[in-house]
Design a protein around this ligand. Structure first.
Ligand SMILES: [Zn+2]
Length: 230
């Protein structure tokens, strides 16, 4: 069941207080309606009952999808790589092989859910995204294009698409990629992310992580070493 906390929130506009339902955890398998409500942000909205002012709630939310075997912990502005929550680890001790991820903002949270529901490996997606972002940066004559999310996946059409937010204007740009690049990334992950796959607790798999793996991969290639020697 969802773990809900009710909190009184004072309206920043009219100062009246309205109850807010904070969903501390959601089980997407048992409560599919909550899955939809969180993904379209309905669950994170708060509305003042006196004046109608609307605000977005930001608080840690644990999303658990037992069917697809993943958990995403949305912790706004989480800046660490790994989070080990003793209580949570004990609670889900029996569940092995669950991918646990930290999401520092809502967009990342949503992307992780999309990736895992699509049956993809988020580590390989992150590497693919990094490679594709360099193509987009070149098109725009920029050094880097850093913000982007997987927005489309079609196995039959052999394609995946990323939406990047480019430049100061954060102009959305969709770049598609053939699945071969993803397939190659899966290979890199199986060679170089063995340790990360075994980490307990929640981890942040993002651009920084992908840069690190890709750097090690390129260096390994240059030296002509195999992963075992790394
Ligand atoms: Zn109000």
């Amino acid at each position: 069941m969802a773990n809900v906390v009710v909190k009184k929130i004072a309206c920043p506009k009219c100062s009246e207080t309205t109850d807010a339902k904070l969903f501390m955890s959601i089980n997407a398998t048992n409560e599919p309606t909550l899955r939809g409500d969180v993904l379209d942000e309905k669950l994170l909205k708060w509305r003042c009952s006196a004046c109608g002012y609307e605000a977005r709630l930001t608080y840690p939310l644990l999303y658990n999808d037992m069917k697809n075997r993943f958990m995403v912990y949305l912790i706004p502005e989480a800046d660490r790589f790994q989070l080990e929550d003793v209580e949570l680890e004990q609670k889900y001790e029996k569940l092995k092989g669950i991918r646990k991820r930290l999401a520092p903002d809502f967009n990342v949270f949503k992307e992780k859910v999309f990736i895992f529901e699509s049956g993809l490996d988020d580590m390989a997606v992150e590497i693919t995204k990094l490679v594709i972002s360099e193509i987009v940066a070149k098109k725009y004559g920029l050094k880097h294009v850093e913000e982007g999310y997987l927005s489309m996946y079609d196995r039959e059409q052999n394609t995946m698409g990323f939406t990047f937010f480019v430049g100061k204007e954060r102009e959305p740009y969709v770049q598609s990629a053939r699945l071969e690049i993803y397939g190659k990334s899966v290979g890199i992950v199986s060679e170089l992310a063995i340790k990360d796959k075994k980490i307990s607790g929640f981890i942040k798999i993002d651009r920084e992580w992908a840069e690190n793996v890709l750097y090690r991969y390129k260096r390994m290639k240059q030296l002509g070493k195999s992963a075992d020697e790394e």
